[in-house]
Design a protein around this ligand. Structure first.
Ligand SMILES: [Zn+2]
Length: 430
């Protein structure tokens, strides 16, 4: 079952639906198979809801290893490693009461499929733009059932979530406040987050040290109290117990495509289209300048064309690296493409090769009398005033400019990180 577009910017979170769903599944005598999945889709689509995340849960009669995936009100939630299909009518009544239908931008969709949907649906939804017509056609072909609310746009994400094959994945452990506290201010202890960050090895994006920002805590108006991301589900369970916070009534672990870079496609500049996320190789063709709002903009070129890249103000210290780029530096940029303005919104950059820039530090001394010589004019060499001897430009003393940055990867700080962007910490681990 895939579900998408049920929440809004001012309330709820689709991931919460696992709890009412689990009640429904249990009542029908079925089991949860594998971890539930949280699948992030194309982050550049302007009509997305909060985080553009859909969920998928596999249901059947479980067998094989059984493992704990969460708790609600001190009751344990288990899943099975494997499952057999089972005929059952799952009712949407329990979950649909949580759909934020009054929000204009919320258009829920639920898809029930007896088999995995074609993987191409996932790639198109995470990298490009998938239309409802295309999705409905495939769902019919595959014998899947679906339910649309309002304009039903949610079936796109719901189908894509089912189609995700989890070739690369991470986990997120989410904790939830009791319903009467969803709209209230909440407390997560900053020092306990820092301690957890330091004591665990496979978690990531917990805390932004330079900006003193607790990244595991979402902004208000959601059932989620905090979410810890990591590559090891067992360590996430330990990490949870290290966090001091308001009491919560439930937690669950999702398998997710967060931090996979699945949204990124390698392209030539001329082939870049709006709403894509791209990886481009090129050299700096317009040096960085600061524009209104504190954003830093520069351009890169390859053999096919030129495109502007922007490090927006919210990317904070990342802009300091970008400002130091100079003409002809070789770079690889990663980022989402806006439609208007048509620019690459930077997530990461690899400085492949810094251009060596020679700067003159001293005029030459005269080979005849040893006095400091004078420049005749730009590019014309030097002359001694006393002896009249002339020498070329190359006779002056040059040094290479200290570029202040090194070759290698740079990423936006945790505070500005997008769900799908793979942190350098994980790239080093392969
Ligand atoms: Zn001289």
């Amino acid at each position: 079952m895939g579900i998408d577009d049920t929440d809004s910017r001012t309330g709820m979170c689709t991931t919460y639906l696992i709890f009412p769903l689990r009640d429904e599944i249990r009542e029908k005598g079925l089991d949860i198979i594998g971890y539930p999945r949280l699948v992030r889709l194309n982050p550049n689509i302007p009509w997305k809801t909060r985080g553009n995340g859909a969920i998928c849960i596999q249901v059947g009669r479980g067998h094989g290893r059984r493992f704990k995936i969460g708790e609600i009100q001190d009751e344990e939630i288990w899943a099975y490693e494997k499952g057999r299909g089972a005929e059952a009518q799952l009712s949407l009544e329990r979950i649909s009461r949580y759909f934020v239908l009054e929000d204009d931008n919320t258009n829920p969709g639920v898809v029930l499929s007896p088999r995995k949907l074609p993987e191409s649906l996932y790639w198109k939804a995470v990298r490009g733009v998938l239309t409802q017509d295309e999705v409905e056609r495939i769902l019919k072909e595959q014998g899947a059932r679906y339910c649309r609310f309002k304009n039903g746009r949610g079936i796109i994400g719901a189908a894509a979530a089912i189609a995700w094959k989890a070739r690369r994945y991470t986990y997120e452990l989410l904790t939830y406040l009791p319903e009467h506290r969803w709209m209230e201010e909440r407390y997560v202890d900053e020092r306990s987050v820092i301690a957890m960050d330091k004591l665990t090895h496979t978690t990531f994006d917990n805390y932004d040290y330079r900006n003193r920002y607790v990244a595991i805590k979402p902004h208000a108006h959601t059932p989620v109290l905090f979410g810890i991301r990591g590559t090891d589900a067992e360590e996430l369970k330990r990490a949870r117990t290290m966090i001091k916070s308001d009491p919560y009534e439930a937690w669950i672990i999702y398998l997710t495509n967060q931090a996979t870079d699945d949204h990124i496609v390698a392209k030539k500049i001329a082939d870049v289209r709006a709403y894509e996320s791209v990886k481009l190789q090129g050299h700096v063709s317009k040096e960085p300048r600061i524009i209104e709002g504190g954003h830093v903009i520069f351009a890169i070129s390859d053999s096919s064309g030129e495109i502007e890249c922007v490090a927006y103000e919210p990317t904070k210290q990342f802009r300091e690296v970008i400002k130091k780029l100079r003409g002809e530096d070789e770079v690889e940029v990663h980022g989402g493409v806006r439609k208007e303005p048509f620019t690459v919104n930077l997530e990461k950059i690899r400085i492949v090769k810094l251009k060596k820039i020679k700067v003159k530090v001293e005029n030459p001394t005269c080979p005849g009398c040893g006095r400091r010589m004078e420049s005749i004019g730009r590019g014309k060499g030097y002359r001694c005033r006393k002896c009249g001897i002339k020498v070329g430009e190359e006779a002056a003393r040059y040094e290479y400019l200290d570029r202040e940055i090194g070759e290698g990867w740079y990423e936006v700080p945790v505070i500005a990180r997008r769900h799908l962007a793979r942190p350098l910490k994980l790239m080093r681990d392969g």
